[in-house]
Design a protein around this ligand. Structure first.
Ligand SMILES: Cc1cc2nc3c(=O)[nH]c(=O)nc-3n(C[C@H](O)[C@H](O)[C@H](O)COP(=O)(O)OP(=O)(O)OC[C@H]3O[C@@H](n4cnc5c(N)ncnc54)[C@H](O)[C@@H]3O)c2cc1C
Length: 343
């Protein structure tokens, strides 16, 4: 590796496609390197990764190393660690950057141990303070931020998706692609296949109004309350946080966030949602946000245009009563289901 390259990005990909996190990592690496693109190299590891390597070099303008590992069809934490560990040991790399997604969270800490490196995970902010680099991450459910400094010679970082956005206007010349072979040794566990989830997320991605349920709704029996709230608006849909989906109150296709869907409705109503960064990243494109939460310090209120400090199971039935009463008193023809009526 070129001695000048002190920052290595490990591209995130699955099923033969580059994951969007990769573009965020490239943007983060450039900020970290103070715009010195020659200091950065992006590694793509796996089987048949040539076309992806070319695309990354084209899109980012950064140099790319295509590490071909015949047999590594599906992501494997063990194999990634072994391959990257062998390639980067004794290279004097300052930063190794991976996505804070399910892949990066699995292999990055293990890679740090293997390289005797420091590890800072879930980075969602970067500051330069009097010569020191401060890596920021949310703590206490997003209510506070920690500034982390690494004193290690090499530091492995995992970066939250959706925070560091590539500059669409900047089009550099394509980076160079170099190729390398890596031996595939099967790990102790292996993925035997991937079964795709039923894709019915289109409902929330296309909705003009999204009513999102969080753990604060209390119990599954309150989900019909969310449905009734959504029915107040044309072109609406009900979504939820990961906890709500984990509990089976909604299918995973309705989860909003970094590991769920990204939505950008005209109106987003967050019911009993704390506002964890992993959730917020999926709804930051919403034009107008209303949050209902009993905790006046909830991080969700930082993202909201209207903040209602109230028990959601008290507030929503009252709102529905008022709405139904108004409809009875002043019946209006149903609004046409078009762009203008969407909220
Ligand atoms: C790698 C990773 C990926 C993740 N991806 C996602 C993702 O894609 N999407 C996602 O949503 N999460 C994701 N998470 C989980 C995320 O970190 C949070 O745990 C989750 O978003 C919290 O869900 P919540 O707001 O429903 O619950 P909580 O954090 O428990 O918040 C519940 C809120 O409800 C409020 N409340 C309680 N009772 C009431 C009441 N009666 N009325 C009104 N408010 C009330 C509380 O004050 C609190 O603010 C991810 C986590 C990790 C580690």
């Amino acid at each position: 590796m070129n001695e000048k390259k002190n920052t290595v990005v490990i591209a995130a990909h699955a099923d033969g496609h580059i994951l969007p996190e990769t573009w965020d990592l490239a943007a983060f690496a450039q900020q970290l390197a103070g715009g010195r693109t020659e200091a950065i190299e992006i590694y793509v590891v796996g089987e048949n990764i040539g076309p992806m390597a070319e695309e990354i070099a084209e899109q980012t303008g950064l140099d790319v190393r295509a590490v071909s590992c015949a047999g590594l069809r599906y992501f494997s934490s063990e194999v990634y660690c072994r391959v990257m560990g062998q390639m980067l040991s004794n290279k004097g790399v300052l930063y190794i950057i991976a996505a804070h997604n399910s892949q990066g969270q699995e292999y990055a800490p293990a890679l740090a141990v293997m390289l005797n490196a420091g590890c800072i995970s879930g980075v969602n902010g970067l500051r330069f303070d009097d010569g020191a680099v401060l890596f920021q991450r949310d703590v206490h459910g997003g209510k506070a931020r920690a500034n982390m400094i690494s004193h290690a010679e090499t530091t492995v970082l995992t970066v939250q998706p959706g925070v560091f956005r590539p500059d669409a206007a900047r089009r550099a010349a394509p980076g160079r692609v170099s190729r390398q072979e890596a031996e595939y040794t099967p790990g102790r566990t292996r993925v035997s296949g991937i079964q795709k989830a039923r894709a019915d997320a289109a409902g929330i991605a296309e909705a003009k109004v999204v009513v999102a349920a969080g753990r604060g709704i209390g119990e599954e029996e309150n989900m019909p309350l969310m449905e009734s709230l959504a029915e107040m608006f044309p072109r609406s849909a009900v979504a939820g946080t990961r906890i709500v989906c984990d509990r089976g109150w909604l299918p995973y296709s309705r989860q909003v966030g970094v590991t769920g869907a990204t939505v950008a409705p005209a109106l987003y109503i967050a019911c009993g949602i704390s506002g964890a960064s992993q959730h917020v990243m999926g709804m930051r494109g919403a034009k107008f946000v209303v949050a209902i939460n009993t905790d006046p310090q909830a991080a969700m209120f930082n993202e909201s245009d209207v903040c209602i400090v109230e028990d959601v199971t008290t507030f929503v039935p009252l709102l529905l009563d008022v709405f139904r009463q108004q409809q009875n008193d002043n019946p209006v023809p149903t609004a046409p289901d078009n762009e203008e009526s969407g909220g």
